[in-house]
Write a protein that binds this ligand. Sequence first.
Ligand SMILES: [Fe+2]
Ligand SMILES: [Fe+2]
Length: 225
Amino acid sequence: MSFELQQNAWSASPRSISQDEALDEVKRLLGENLPTSSLFAAYKPLRDWFARPAEIANIHGIAHEARVMIWQEILARLLIKEGVSLDQEALRWAAATHDLQRLDDGSDFPHGKRAAAWVERNLKQRLPEATLKMVMYLDTWHVPADVHAPAMTPELAVFKDADSLDRVRIYDLDPQYLRWDYSKNLLQYLAQALFMESEARRQPGEVDLFEVVIEAAVALGLVRA
Ligand SMILES: [Fe+2]
Ligand SMILES: [Fe+2]
């Protein structure tokens, strides 16, 4: 399909907006089509899927995967409403798997390729061929700069924006690099809120951090209970 990153029909005025205004706008645009919390459980990564299970609570751990899953879901639904065609199954599985095979929290450049190899080994029986291939593509190419990707497909642009929005957790979200107007003009104003709300709900000890993030999204009104 023809694909112009900056031409999705919706564009708010480029002025900055408050968190409350952004939330109201997402709710107005999606309404009944906001995701429900029960959707996400099927894509929750298991502890032993992580190359470093002991790091599951850290910056590239399960809370990050959960927030990326929420951002891709909301961005995808906004774009689908405008007629963009997206493989949502592939996007959800990429959110679940893209950072599983990190061996450290630096750049660890090959972690995308390792994630794709893991997906091929472990999700082959579960996913249709085309979806499997797309998850592998998203996992592989989420790491290099945009210009290095063989093609900036709509799914890759959605996925990279979702992953970028959670850079607030490392104080490194630069909105000028976001790829869709919805991300730049709307979702960037909610990224900090989802991160802060999920951190505030975090308890010491063994808690289900994936569930904590979904509950935070429900509390904010980004996800329906
Ligand atoms: Fe990554
Ligand atoms: Fe990530």
